[in-house]
Design a protein around this ligand. Structure first.
Ligand code: COA
Length: 323
């Protein structure tokens, strides 16, 4: 199966943006809250600090809208040019969905807006979903946002999980084009691993905070992520050495290092910023993408593979050219 058919409208990536809360929580701060220390956290995860939502201003909707407005401006568009808004989030401000609030803040009055829930694979799954609407000719300008405020759902007394997560949002604008830049993708789910990572409904309008089997999730990621990257490259007719950049979900530096070693690629090509942000779930890939674009490291026509993985279990990869 190939993901690209030349007679269909293509997908171009024309802008990016990101936003994180101002408040920073360092590993030293965490050591005051639970029995942990900077050395344990940074050597096991690569995370040194994370941004944490502080009140209403840092809602999913507000962070998502900030990232989205940047992406729309970078794309040279206005909010009213957007046809479709997909908000990938697992931490909605409202269980009925948050995309409508984002639409309202932006003033993207022509758009249809909905949420997509696929945990830390949300940005990859959202990208593939968005691309289907463009490839079929239904929509021209699509805003894709990954935004999560997992700090709301962390048990701040559980040292096994509270050290990992941070809050933020990232966005891209995709546009219909005669050239197709989304060259390949692959998405996977395995519900047999569903109980490895959860925020479960407890009853009477309450949810249990995050529970995770860290070792099993680690093993799953190291085994499955390289497979899915290889599949999406195969669909694109490319090889790993063709890549300019690999942007994996920013969960753990050791997972990135394991994938880099497995492929034998230059570690400098593997984007990493989790030291500053922790695991921001659906936001981690677009935050990293935007940071590398803004720093002029990612250049027009650079070949990028992204890979997300997490609860579901779900995992996926996409290969595209930037700009
Ligand atoms: N500080 C200090 N000690 C800690 C700790 C912390 N924050 N968290 C756990 N420990 C302790 C454990 O209690 C355990 O102690 P014990 O041996 O006395 O029982 C010891 O450290 C080892 O715990 P373990 O859970 O085996 O650690 P680990 O090496 O597997 O590392 C993770 C834990 C969470 C860092 C690692 O499993 C991981 O990164 N998994 C993937 C998680 C992930 O990415 N999830 C999101 C996917 S989207």
């Amino acid at each position: 199966m190939t993901n690209t058919e030349s007679s269909l409208p293509g997908v171009r990536f024309i802008g990016s943006g990101s936003a994180v809360p101002d408040r920073v929580l360092t590993n030293q701060d965490l050591a005051q809250m639970v029995d942990t220390n900077d050395e344990w956290i940074s050597s096991r995860t690569g995370i040194r600090e994370r941004h944490i939502a502080d009140g209403e201003n840092d809602s999913v909707a507000n962070l998502a809208a900030k990232a989205a407005q940047q992406a729309i401006t970078a794309a040279g568009l206005q909010p009213e040019n957007i046809d479709l808004i997909i908000l990938s989030t697992s931490t909605s401000d409202d269980l009925f969905g948050t995309a409508g609030r984002v639409q309202k803040i932006l003033g993207a009055e022509r758009a249809v807006a909905f949420d997509l829930v696929a945990a830390c694979s949300g940005f990859v799954f959202g990208l593939v979903t968005a691309s289907q609407y463009i490839r079929t000719g239904v929509y021209k300008n699509v805003l894709l946002i990954g935004a999560d405020v997992l700090s709301r759902w962390v048990d701040w007394q559980d040292r096994r999980t509270c050290i990992l997560f941070g809050d933020g949002a990232g966005a891209v604008v995709l546009q219909s084009s005669s050239q197709n830049s989304l060259l390949g993708f692959e998405m996977r789910s395995d519900g047999k691993g569903n109980d490895l990572l959860n925020i479960n409904y407890l009853g009477r309008s309450t949810f249990h905070p995050i529970t995770m089997n860290g070792q099993e999730v680690y093993r799953f990621a190291v085994r499955r992520v390289p497979e899915v990257i290889e599949k999406s490259l195969h669909h694109a007719g490319l090889e790993v050495n063709d890549l300019d950049w690999l942007i994996m979900h920013q969960a753990n530096q050791r997972i990135i290092d394991a994938v880099v070693n497995r492929f034998g690629i230059d570690p400098a090509k593997a984007v990493s910023n989790m030291g500053k942000y922790g695991n921001t779930s659906a936001a981690s890939i677009p935050i990293a993408l935007n940071e590398w674009v803004k720093a002029d490291k990612i250049q027009k026509d650079n070949l990028i593979a992204i890979a997300g993985f997490g609860a579901g279990l779900s995992w996926g990869s996409a290969v595209f050219r930037w700009g």
